[in-house]
Structures are given as C-alpha cells and as structure tokens.
Design a protein around this ligand. Sequence first.
Ligand SMILES: Cc1cc2nc3c(=O)[nH]c(=O)nc-3n(C[C@H](O)[C@H](O)[C@H](O)COP(=O)(O)OP(=O)(O)OC[C@H]3O[C@@H](n4cnc5c(N)ncnc54)[C@H](O)[C@@H]3O)c2cc1C
Length: 407
Amino acid sequence: MDGLMTRRTFDIAIVGGGMNGAALALALNGSGLSVALIESLALDAGYRPNYDDRSIAMAHGTACILHDIGAWEPLRQNAEPILRIHVSDRGHFGFTHLDAEEEGVDALGYVATAHAIGAAMAAGLRTAEGLHLFCPATLEHFAAGPDRVDLTLRQQGQPIQIGARLLVAADGTESPIRAQLGIPVREWRYGHHALTANVTPTLPHQGVAYERFTDSGPLAVLPLPGNRCAVVWTALDHQTEEIMGLDDDAFLSRLQQRFGHRLGRFGMVGKRTAYPLKMRQVREHYRQRTLIIGNAAHAAHPIAGQGFNLGIRDVALLAELLIEAARAGGDPGAETLLQAYASGRDRDQQGTTLITDILARLFTSPLPPLRVARDLGMLALDLLPGAKHLLARNAMGLGGRLPRLQR
Ligand SMILES: Cc1cc2nc3c(=O)[nH]c(=O)nc-3n(C[C@H](O)[C@H](O)[C@H](O)COP(=O)(O)OP(=O)(O)OC[C@H]3O[C@@H](n4cnc5c(N)ncnc54)[C@H](O)[C@@H]3O)c2cc1C
C-alpha cells in the first residue's frame, strides 16, 4: 500500500474497489499503464456492505472474465456451478427449464456470495505489484482539465493530491462522482425490496437454480457450496418490514409455503438483509476525462441477476480499449476512446436494463392477463428449442458481440 504520496500523476485513477472497480484494476495490472485504485473501506475490513452475504449469480461469460483477470482461481472453490435452471409459476401451468448438458457446457453459470467474490478480488489486489492502492482512502474532490484530472483524497486524516489522465467512477449506485458532474439519470423505484438469506435444505440441491413466480413476487433459490441455498425473495415494500420482523422459524415456514418442498425442509437461516429495488440508467457515460462504469452507471432489478454480469462487461470492454490505446502510445483519456466505450456499451446496458425491467413488471404483476401471458411464454420457450438455446446463450452472458476478455 502506498504511503502519503503527493502529486503523482497516474494514467488511470479508479474510484471504488467494489466488484467492478476491483475487476478493472486487476484487468489493467501488468498492462504497462500506471493505475491507482482508491477505495474508502480497508481491504481486510471485517464487514464491507457491498461484499456482504448476498449471493451473486455469475454468467458463464463472467466466470471467463474473472478467470482472465486472475480472480477465478481463489473464487472457484467457493462458487457453485449452476447445472440447471428451473423457472415456474406457483399454482399455474407455465414452467421452463435450461440445462447445462443440453447446451453442451459444464455449467450455465456459478453462484457465490458477494463476500467470497470480495475475498478473491482482495487476494488479487494484495499481490498485484503494478497497482497503487489508496485503501482506505476517500476521494473528496476532483477537477477535470484538458490534459488531466486533479484529485484530492483523504487518507488517515491527511489530504493527498494526485493526478490522472483518466478518472473511472466505479463508486456505486449513489456515485458521488456522477452527482458532482451532474450527469442526468433515468430512474424509478419498483415498490419492492429484495430480501436475502442463506438457508440449508434437507435434500441435495444438485446444482439447480429455481426461479419461482408467486402472487407476491418472484422468489429465487440458488445453489451454494456445502448444500446451502441462497434465497432472493422479492416482496412489496409494505410487506418487507413484516417479513424482516419474523423470527427465524416463522421466516422459514413462510419461505417453505412460498417455495414448496422440492428441496425438502429449509433450516439454518443466515443473516437476513433487505435491499430497496430501483432501476437506474445514466443518460451520458462520460464527461471530460471521466468515465462512469458498473452500478454507478446502471442499476437493475435482481430478478434476472444481471447487475454484476452487466458491470463486468463494462470492465472487459474498457480494459480492452485502454490496453489497445497503451500499446499504440495513445491517451487513455482521449475523447475518441471515451466515445468508443460509450457506443460499445450503450446497447447492452440499455437492452439489459430494459429487458430486466419488463421481466420485473411482468413477473411481479398479479393481473390475470399478464399471468397467462407469462405462463404461455414459459410454455412456448419449453417447446421451442431454438428460443430456449437463445435464452440460455444470453443467460450465460454469451449473447451479442463479446469483448476480448470474455472470449
Ligand atoms: C439483493 C441483490 C442481489 C443481487 N444479485 C445479483 C446477481 O445474482 N447477479 C449479478 O450479476 N448481480 C447481482 N446484484 C448486483 C451486484 O451486487 C452489483 O451490481 C455489484 O455489487 C455492483 O458493484 P460496483 O462495484 O459497481 O459497486 P459497489 O459494490 O457499490 O462499489 C462501490 C465502491 O465505491 C466505494 N466508494 C464510493 N465512493 C467513494 C469515494 N468517494 N472514495 C473512495 N471509495 C468510494 C465504496 O466504498 C464501494 O466499495 C445483486 C444486487 C442485490 C442488491
């Protein structure tokens, strides 16, 4: 870790050491670019809110990127392969399934806790010799000019001045950098919370991820190592407080009622957390020498488990453009590079948040015509192998043009 360094200018300063900022730092390590990572929470802090017990379903393509940046090996043993996805509508006829074997892959994706992903990222960052970690340190102020961005950090109570040719904001949903730049966003709340908890079923989960649509919202039960299951339960805002207030036995029995007995009986519930759900999308990806990525640029309903999968595709394209520019002796903060990033990522970001939004509305609506439509849709998918294959490719993060890291 650097001490009190003053007025050094880096090629890239990344603010935010969450999953996306940390992944970008690892992707650029060894590229010849000088990179500073600024994160306000210590790497070894016992509890980091963004690396908590929530479970992250990672697409096959995400695992490929993590592999290439060296974060997959330390994570592998804590990530459970998804062998089958089973989607059903509680009490109605529609259901469909996707199968790794039918798709000719070892796994459709993987599930790990955010905590395990954070530990794997931290292990990589600690040993990455080319990175300058300002951690814990907080960005307090920045000013972009035509040639560089000046940043004022605070570390151990002391102000530090550094410069960067490109500032990357990976500073999360409430992004202070985005706010300071006044970048407009499109956003709305869903009126739902996602309640998360990890439970242990009496029957083996056999690598099956369940997405079950119920009258009060979708319920995902995802496989974790050690035959644990991660529960992501979408509840209406007004139900959230009541469900969070239940004791463990009452919570488990409510969960059992919603999910049924495919996995036997649920027991041993871990810590429960409730997250308010909103959709957000930036209207501009960059301003002078400053680029917005990850949750700072987009937030989606977790119904399709796309947040990190989308963010890491931002990371993959940005790393590819920066490394190409470095090889050609180009400027990492050049307007042409920022424009190439924006046009390369806009479609995926807009498309993924839009589809997730449609799914969230369709699958959280109790209206009978919408319920019939979704049941017919699932039935059609199950009967049309071509459509299912397309869905599986997208679920694996392999749809559309792939950045080099993901290939
Ligand atoms: C319930 C739930 C379930 C989810 N499930 C899935 C899933 O199954 N699959 C999936 O792909 N995604 C999922 N997600 C989304 C995923 O968790 C996020 O997309 C991901 O964590 C975002 O990472 P990030 O690095 O962009 O932002 P963050 O994790 O928010 O990181 C931002 C970092 O910036 C730091 N920071 C902020 N300001 C400053 C500053 N001024 N100076 C220094 N540091 C600063 C913060 O300390 C923080 O560490 C889920 C989310 C939720 C809530």
